[in-house]
Design a protein around this ligand. Structure first.
Ligand SMILES: Cc1ncc(COP(=O)(O)O)c(C=O)c1O
Length: 436
């Protein structure tokens, strides 16, 4: 087991797993049921390190979808980060955390009239428009409220990004306006004074660990901006460069070389601003989710049963894909690979054993690890899945099979705060009146 390779994880003198100086087994004994544990200082450090390496004219926007926990949103508020939302629900969560609308950018397909109205009335930083119809809807609301609305044109580029695990642009896509159709759209937008076109937004893909691929993608985005706006003689206030910065989730993955990415970004931007008058005063945005929060989190579940079936050992946990879809490989993974996980108590063993780790659901897709090598495990032991701070609780089918929800535990310098699920999730029942 390549344990100590990971600098944030170590085995302490009690043979317990320790992260950021905290004994995970000690915490696990104090929390009821499976839980997510987040180290808030790790998120803060990640944000600050990135900010330090980026030039001043690059802002970071946190993508709420990665983890919308109030504690995490409050931290990004304190850090004065920009925020990227993709629904009215995320907007509500941000408002509840005290984030100012002027820090919020709203993207995503199929925005409802209500969501758009709320964003416009609250004067968000910008709405990224994803279709022609959406521009029309925004215009209608802007007219009825007489409010000038900031928009960014989300572009679906002609070129596909290389080496991004999930590609969202450069292909036929529900996201953004095809680059070929953008010039017409810009003309249409410019005809309306109530629409303030702040710039463009390209979000092309996610989970990229290759610095060069990210730099190429950013270079392409700037080229698109130049192509679209140079002839318009229009100054672009903002370019949202997207992001897609990845996290090493699996054995053998290498960390993204952050310095290389930041130096590349700096170089491209400096050159672009020197050579293109329309970009001279542009402010750039990087929109990141998992890169900022994934490594701060660990998901912990307990072993309920161990059995052997036809020579294979199965370790059954009290939580699985219902709490952590991504760890089961069912959230956009092309090839199923084992996430990095360790028992919270390491038993002295000469040999590691190959086991299959599954959750408690009656479906074969609830598989957390296949033929993973771990030290001896016993019923009642805890397993911690690392890199679980992003796309965890809210990206999982929590209600499937009606098991209990996981707790969330937030570690700050001053306290360890536990948010425990209350009696399941309540639905409201009503009878629809029939018009017939
Ligand atoms: C528009 C947009 N921005 C940001 C993100 C965040 O991606 P990640 O968490 O990989 O950084 C996504 C993810 O799908 C997205 O669609």
């Amino acid at each position: 087991m390549k344990l100590l390779k990971d600098s944030i994880v170590r085995i302490n003198t009690l043979s317990h797993l320790e992260m950021y100086g905290y004994d995970l087994l000690d915490i696990a004994h104090k929390v009821e049921g499976p839980f997510y544990l987040y180290f808030m200082s790790a998120i803060e450090e990640r944000y600050r390190t990135l900010k330090e390496h980026l030039p001043e004219n690059v802002d970071i926007f946190y993508a709420v979808k990665a983890n919308p926990a109030k504690e995490i949103l409050s931290l990004f508020k304190t850090l004065k980060s920009g925020i990227d939302i993709s629904s009215g629900g995320e907007f509500f969560r941000c408002m509840s955390a005290g984030i100012l609308p002027e820090k919020i950018s709203f993207s995503g397909p199929g925005k409802s009239n209500k969501e758009l109205s709320e964003a416009i009335i609250n004067r968000v930083f910008a709405i990224s428009v994803e279709s022609y119809r959406e521009v029309e809807k925004i215009l209608e609301i802007a007219k009825s409220t007489a409010l000038t609305t900031n928009i960014m044109l989300r572009i679906n580029p002609t070129r596909k990004p290389e080496r991004f695990l999930l590609k969202m642009g450069g292909i036929p896509s529900p996201f953004g306006i095809d680059e070929e159709a953008a010039p017409e759209m810009i003309k249409m937008i410019k005809r309306h004074d109530l629409l303030n076109l702040r710039g463009i937004h390209v979000y092309n893909g996610t989970q990229c660990l290759d610095a060069r691929a990210i730099i190429e993608n950013i270079t392409d985005t700037i080229e698109i901006a130049k192509r679209l706006f140079l002839h318009e003689g229009m100054e672009l206030k903002h370019i949202n460069l997207g992001g897609g910065f990845g996290v090493p989730y699996y054995e053998g993955d290498r960390e993204l070389k952050l310095e290389e990415v930041c130096n590349g970004v700096k170089k491209i931007i400096t050159y672009a601003q020197k050579t293109s008058p329309s970009l001279k005063n542009t402010q750039f945005i990087l929109e990141l989710g998992r890169f900022l929060v994934a490594q701060s989190g660990v998901y912990v579940a307990k072993i309920r049963d161990i059995k052997v079936s036809r020579g294979k050992k199965f370790v059954i946990l009290d939580g699985g894909m219902n709490h952590h879809l991504a760890a089961s490989g069912n959230l956009g993974q092309v090839l199923r690979r084992n996430s990095i996980m360790y028992p919270l108590k390491i038993r002295e063993t000469n040999e590691l054993e190959s086991v299959n780790i599954v959750g408690p659901l009656c479906t074969p897709i609830d598989r957390i690890a296949t033929d993973i090598l771990l030290p001896e495990l016993r019923i009642g032991d805890f397993i911690g899945i690392l890199n679980s701070g992003a796309y965890g609780v809210t990206a999982s089918p929590l209600l499937f099979l009606s098991h209990n929800l996981p707790s969330e535990v937030f570690v700050t310098d001053n306290e360890i705060k536990v948010i425990k699920p209350s009696n399941g999730i309540q639905y409201e029942e009503y009878t629809m009146s029939s018009s017939v």
